[in-house]
Ligand binder design. Structure first.
Ligand code: GTP
Ligand code: SPV
Ligand code: MN
Length: 674
C-alpha cells in the first residue's frame, strides 16, 4: 500500500531512476539498526520542506541544490539555515536545555557555560568506522604485507559507500528533526588560504559547537554570494535513527559510519554526535580532505599546533608541533614559560595549514576559530590561560557536575571546592566520591571555547597570509627509550622521524582503551586522506620546493618515566620531566638552534643538547638528566627493529626509497654504538 502510493508520488515528481530506487527500497525493506519497516514510522515522504529560520535564497544555486538533495534523502521535519547570530544561538541553547541535551553550569565561577552529557557509547572518535573512499584502494591506503591487517586507514569503494550511506543510513534519518544548514569557513573569511563548507546536520549541539570552532553563518554566505566562489565542501551529518536510547543524546553507535570522498569534496557522517565524528570542519575536512587537497596543490594540512615564542631580547619565532591526540598540543600551544622574560602566544592548538610563500617562508594558518580541548588535567597550574578562557562561553562535554552547579574534573585543583562537602555526579550519572573506582569526568571529556577569549592569542592568529614557521616538532607519549629532545640531521631525516613516530594510546579514540605503544606517523594516522606512503613522499617533495627555507625538525618527549626495575617494589614510575611551563626550557634550546647556535652535539639518533646547554637553572626538584637523555643501545636496537617491522608490514611497497635509506643509516649508527 505505502509502496504504491510512494511510487505514485515520486513518479509524478519525475525523479531520477536511482532516486526512485532508494525510496522504494526504503519503503519496502527493513532499516538497519531498527529492523522496522518504514510504515511503522508513520513515514510520509516530503517533497517540500518549510524553512523555519533563514532562507534558501541566502545560498548560491549550487549550495541550494545540495541542501534540497539531502533534505529529500534525510526527510527532516523542516530546515533551518544558520545565520550565526547571538540570538539564533541563544534560542538553540534554550531549546537544548529544555530537551536535556545541555545543562547550564550555574556556579558563578562560570559565565554562559553549559554541559552536554553523551550516550555512554558515543564518547570519542571511532577510527574503525572511518573510511576514505577513492576509486582504487591503493589511492587511499598502502598495500600491506600479505596476510597483515591494514593499520594506516580504511578504504571502501565509492559505490559501496554510496550504497551504505544513501540507501541504508541516511534515508529518513532526520525524520521528526530539523535539518540545520551550517555555512562555515575554515580560515578567516576571504583569506586566500581559507576554504568553505556547508554542514547539514540534525544536531543543535553540532550547530552551537561549529559556531565556536569555525567562522560560521551569514558572513560566510554573504562572502560566497559576493565573491562568486562556487567551491564548497559538502558535509552531511546525522546522529541517526535512535531507537530506545537517551532522548537527550540520540545516536546510532552500532551503525556509525564516517566517509570521506576526497575527489567529490564530500564527507558523510552517520550515527555519532561526538567531536571529530560530528564537527565535520575539523578532522574530516581540515585534515582528511585537506591533506588530499594539499598533496595535489603542494601544501601541508597537518595535525599541528602553532605557537609564537619571544625571547627576552624581543625576538619572535613561530613553531609548529605534531603530537598524537591527547599528547600535549593544546598545553604546549598555550604554555606559560617558567623561564623569565620568555613569552608564548597561541596561533592554534590542533590543525595547521602551511605553504611556502614566494620568499620561501613556510607560512601557517590555524583554520579553526575555537579550541576543542581535553579537560582532565587542565588547572591553573598546568594551563592557566586555558583555565581562564574556558570559564566563559564554553560548552563542556562529559565532565562531572556538583550539586551546586559547578563543573568538576580530575586534576582541576580548585581549592575552593571541598570534595568532602559537595556532592559530585559523574559524567555518566553516578554519585562520585574520591574513593570511587571510576573517574568523575570522562578521560576524553572536552571543552569547546572561542579562540579569541584566550588572553595569549597571537596578534597574528587571523593574519590571512599566515605566520612564518621556523621549526617543526614531532613527539608523542613514550615512557621509555626516547630522550626529552633531539634534532634531526636534515629534512629527509626529519621526515623519517615523523614517519617513525610512536606513542602510547589515549582515550581520544574509542580504540584507545587498550594501552599500548602505537605507530602514529606525523600524528596523522587517524587523519590521513590518502595513501600514507604517498603522504611521506609529499613531505619529501616539500623539501625540494624552489628557494624553500626549510624549518629545522625536532623530536620531543615530555613523558619519559623512571625505570620500574630500579624502583622499590610496587612503586609507580613517575615522569622524569615536569612538563607544561617547564617545556619552555626545551623551546629555548630549539629557539637557539634555529639561530644555528653551537649548542648541539651529534648522537646516533640525531643532535642533542650539549652538556649544560639545556637551561635547567632554578628547576626544582632537580631532574634526573642522565636518565632523561639516556640513549641506550639495547633500547634503540629494539626501537629500530620496531620501525623496520612497521615499514615492512604496513608499507612494503609504498615507503619512499629515501626513508628506507634513512632507516638503514639509523640501523648502522645504532649497531656501532658501544
Ligand atoms: P587532542 O585535543 O586530543 O589533539 O590533544 P592534545 O594533543 O591537544 O593534548 P593536550 O594538550 O590536551 O594534553 C592531553 C593530556 O596530556 C592532558 O591531560 C594534559 O594534562 C597532559 N599533558 C600535556 N602536556 C603535558 C606535559 O608536558 N607533561 C605531562 N606530564 N602531561 C602533559
Ligand atoms: C583529536 O582526537 O585529535 C581531537 C579530538 O582533537 S576530536 O576532535 O574528537 O578528533
Ligand atoms: Mn587533536
Amino acid at each position: 500500500m505505502i509502496f504504491s502510493s510512494l511510487r505514485h508520488l515520486f513518479l509524478l515528481e519525475q525523479v531520477s531512476a536511482s532516486r526512485l530506487s532508494y525510496l522504494t527500497h526504503m519503503a519496502s525493506t527493513q532499516f538497519i539498526g531498527g529492523r522496522r519497516r518504514a510504515s511503522e514510522y508513520g513515514l510520509q515522504l516530503k517533497r517540500t520542506f518549510s524553512v523555519i529560520h533563514g532562507s534558501l535564497d541566502w545560498l548560491t544555486p549550487e549550495a541550494r541544490e545540495y541542501v534540497v538533495e539531502k533534505a529529500r534523502l534525510c526527510q527532516p521535519e523542516n530546515i533551518h539555515v544558520c545565520d550565526g547570530s547571538e540570538a539564533e544561538n541563544a534560542a538553540l541553547v534554550d531549546q537544548m536545555v529544555r530537551a536535556g541535551t545541555l545543562k547550564k553550569i550555574t556556579s558563578d565561577k562560570f559565565e554562559n557555560c553549559y554541559l552536554a552529557l553523551t550516550d555512554k557509547r558515543d564518547i570519542a572518535r571511532v577510527e574503525r568506522k572511518t573510511y576514505i573512499c577513492m576509486e582504487k584502494e591503493k589511492d587511499a591506503c598502502p598495500t600491506v604485507r600479505f596476510g597483515s591487517k591494514a593499520f594506516l586507514g580504511n578504504w571502501m569503494s565509492v559505490e559501496s559507500m554510496d550504497f551504505q550511506m544513501n540507501r541504508l543510513r541516511f534515508p529518513n534519518s532526520m525524520a521528526g528533526r530539523t535539518m540545520y544548514v551550517i555555512p562555515f569557513s575554515m580560515g578567516p573569511v576571504g583569506s586566500p588560504l581559507a576554504k568553505y563548507g556547508f554542514e547539514l546536520t540534525d544536531s543543535p549541539y553540532v550547530v552551537s559547537s561549529m559556531r565556536i570552532m569555525t567562522r560560521m553563518g551569514k558572513s560566510v554566505l554573504d562572502y560566497l554570494q559576493q565573491s562568486g566562489e562556487k567551491q564548497f565542501i559538502r558535509c552531511l551529518h546525522s546522529v541517526g535513527r535512535s531507537l530506545g536510547m537517551l532522548s537527550s543524546w540520540p545516536c546510532d553507535p552500532e551503525n556509525t559510519l564516517i566517509a570521506h570522498f576526497p575527489h567529490r569534496n564530500e564527507v558523510c557522517s552517520y550515527g555519532s554526535g561526538y567531536g571529530g565524528n560530528s564537527l565535520l570542519g575539523k578532522k574530516c575536512f581540515a585534515l582528511r580532505l585537506a591533506s588530499s587537497l594539499a598533496q595535489r596543490e603542494m601544501w601541508l594540512a597537518e595535525h599541528m599546533l602553532i605557537l609564537g615564542i619571544t625571547n627576552p631580547e624581543g625576538k619572535k619565532k613561530y613553531i609548529a608541533a605534531a603530537f598524537p591526540s591527547a599528547c600535549g598540543k593544546t598545553n604546549l600551544a598555550m604554555l606559560k614559560p617558567t623561564l623569565p622574560g620568555w613569552k608564548v602566544e597561541c596561533v592554534g592548538d590542533d590543525i595547521a595549514w602551511m605553504r611556502f610563500d614566494s620568499e620561501g617562508n613556510l607560512r601557517g594558518i590555524n583554520p579553526e576559530s575555537g579550541f576543542f580541548g581535553v579537560v582532565p588535567g587542565t588547572s591553573m597550574k598546568t594551563n592557566p590561560y586555558a583555565m581562564k578562557a574556558i570559564h566563559k562561553n564554553t560548552i563542556f562535554t562529559n565532565v562531572a557536575m556538583t550539586k551546586d552547579g559547578d563543573a568538576y574534573w580530575e586534576g582541576m585543583e580548585d581549592e575552593d571546592l571541598d570534595l568532602d562537602e559537595v556532592e559530585v555526579t559523574s559524567w555518566d550519572h553516578r554519585r562520585w566520591t574520591r574513593e570511587s573506582e571510576f573517574t568523575a569526568a570522562h578521560k576524553n571529556s572536552r571543552f569547546c571555547s572561542p579562540a579569541h577569549q584566550l588572553e595569549i592569542i597571537d596578534p597574528a592568529w587571523e593574519d590571512p597570509k599566515g605566520v612564518p614557521i621556523e621549526a617543526i616538532l614531532f613527539g608523542g607519549r613514550r615512557e621509555r627509550v626516547v630522550p626529552l629532545v633531539y634534532e634531526s640531521n636534515d629534512w629527509t631525516h626529519g621526515v623519517f622521524t615523523g614517519a617513525s613516530m610512536r606513542s602510547l594510546t589515549t582515550a581520544a579514540s574509542l580504540e584507545g582503551t587498550v594501552r599500548r605503544v602505537n605507530h602514529d606517523p606525523f600524528a596523522m594516522r587517524p587523519f590521513l586522506g590518502y595513501n600514507c606512503g604517498q603522504y611521506f613522499q609529499h613531505w619529501l617533495d616539500m623539501g625540494k620546493v624552489a628557494n624553500a627555507k626549510l624549518p629545522k625538525i625536532f623530536y620531543v618527549n615530555w613523558f619519559r618515566k623512571e625505570e620500574r626495575s630500579k624502583l622499590p617494589g610496587g612503586q609507580d614510575p613517575k615522569f622524569l620531566w615536569p612538563g607544561f611551563g617547564e617545556n619552555s626550557r626545551v623551546l629555548e634550546w630549539i629557539f637557539r638552534r634555529t639561530d644555528n647556535e653551537d649548542v648541539a652535539i651529534s648522537s646516533p639518533i640525531g643532535l642533542v643538547p650539549k652538556y649544560g646547554a639545556l637551561n635547567i637553572e632554578g628547576l626544582t626538584p632537580a631532574v634526573d638528566m642522565e636518565n632523561l637523555f639516556a640513549i641506550r643501545k639495547d633500547d634503540w636496537v629494539r626501537e629500530v627493529q620496531g620501525i623496520r617491522e612497521f615499514f615492512e608490514d604496513q608499507l612494503p611497497e609504498d615507503l619512499p626509497g629515501p626513508l628506507w635509506t634513512e632507516l638503514k643509516k639509523l640501523e648502522d649508527r645504532v649497531a656501532s654504538m658501544p
